[in-house]
Structure formats: C-alpha cells, structure tokens
Design a protein around this ligand. Structure first.
Ligand SMILES: Cc1ncc(CO)c(N)n1
Length: 218
C-alpha cells in the first residue's frame, strides 16, 4: 500500500466527514447562503496566507530542482488566479477584500499548524499538511466538477479550482513526494508524520463544521 493511502486510512472517519460535508454539498447545490460563503472565504483567505508560506518552505526544502518545480508552479497558481478569485468573490458577496477578518479559533489553529510545519525544517512535516489540504479538496470537489459552470462564480470557480486534470496533477505530485520521503524516515519520524497528518484532517473537518454555522456569526 502507498504510504499516503496508509496515512489517509488512519483518519478514515474524519476523511469521509471532510469530503462529504453538508457545507460543500450546499455549496455545490447552489443553496449555501451568500453570507455563509462570504464568512468561509474570509477565513479561508487567512488560511491561504499561511498556506503560501508553507508551500514556499516546501519549495525551499525539496531535495532537487525537479522535485521543487511543480510546487513552485502551484505557488504561482495560488498567488495568482486563486488569490484573485478570493478578492473578486469576497467583493461580489459584499465583503471588503482589503480588510482581513479576525481569525476564528479553528483558523488560528490551522495557521499555527502550518507555521509549525513550515518552520520545522522537515520536508515530510510540510508535505503532511500540504497533502491533506489539497487531496481532501480534490476529493470533495471532483464529483461536482460538471456543475461548476452552472453556478454563480463564487461557488463554481471554487469547485473548478479544486478539480480537473491540473489539480489532479498537483495532488499526484504532493503524494509522490510524501511517498518517496516516507521510505527514508525512521520510526519516530513516521509517527510524527502520522500525528501531523491526522491533526490536519481533523482541522479540515472542524473548518467545514465551523463554516457551516457561519463561524459562529449571525
Ligand atoms: C481550510 C482549507 N483547506 C484546504 C484548502 C485547499 O487549498 C483550502 N483552500 N482551505
């Protein structure tokens, strides 16, 4: 079994909760309220700031240039079209894209986990969080890919950004990186990857749970 399949299986319950969540079901049905989508995107834009630093750290710690290049290109996508999506969608939903929201507790925990991984100097720790973030989004979004064009852009583009061949390639690359580094880890390092990856899946679940009740705002 691939190490990344083993790692996902350790969090099977949380994984299913994340990838078949009522929040993303409502998003893909177009029934999610605009207020709930706005509050989700405001919190997720804060997530993105930590994610960019984490991905940049992974670029810096990749063992070779060919290992670094797909992550570097993905960094361009996230800081380009994806960031622009955030700015357009937050504005269209009535928010102010220039004023960062106050981090909700789960957002702050996610930021702390990403900062810890980014500063760990351990490539496998960075990959543990990156694999969860991208693979779980690919899994929830893929079944809805054919609906993206029929939805308002703030729903449809969010699905399109996390499905399709290009994004599948990103996830395949991140999994390959973690699968290869896994074989060079000793037992304590493997247990540490399992712990970080499990924490990341649990936080993804709590993030959607919180998003579903508007991050505790009316
Ligand atoms: C919380 C969260 N996890 C993963 C992704 C995918 O990048 C995202 N945008 N937000």
């Amino acid at each position: 079994m691939r190490p990344t399949d083993h790692l996902k299986d350790l969090s099977a319950d949380d994984w299913i909760a994340v990838t078949r969540h009522p929040f993303t079901e409502a998003l893909a049905d177009g029934t999610l309220s605009e207020g709930a989508m706005l509050r989700y995107l405001e919190q997720d834009h804060l997530f993105l700031a930590g994610f960019v630093r984490l991905l940049a750290s992974a670029v810096a710690h990749a063992p070779s240039l060919p290992d670094a290049i797909p992550a570097a290109q993905f960094l361009g996508l996230i800081t380009g079209p994806e960031n622009t999506y955030f700015l357009r969608a937050i504005a269209a939903l009535g928010g102010d894209p220039d004023t960062p929201a106050t981090p909700a507790p789960v957002t702050a925990e996610f930021q702390a986990l990403m900062a810890q991984a980014a500063e760990s100097k351990r490539y496998e720790q960075m990959l543990a969080v990156l694999v969860v973030a991208e693979w779980s989004y690919l899994d929830w979004a893929t079944p809805y890919a054919d609906r993206a064009d029929d939805l308002p852009f703030w729903f449809g583009e969010w699905i399109a950004l996390h499905s399709g061949g290009g994004f599948e390639g990103v996830v395949a690359y991140l999994r390959d990186q973690l699968d290869s580094v896994w074989h060079r880890l000793d037992e304590p390092e493997r247990r540490a990857v399992e712990a970080t990856l499990g924490l990341a899946v649990a936080l993804e679940r709590r993030f959607f749970d919180a998003a579903q009740d508007g991050f505790a705002q009316p």
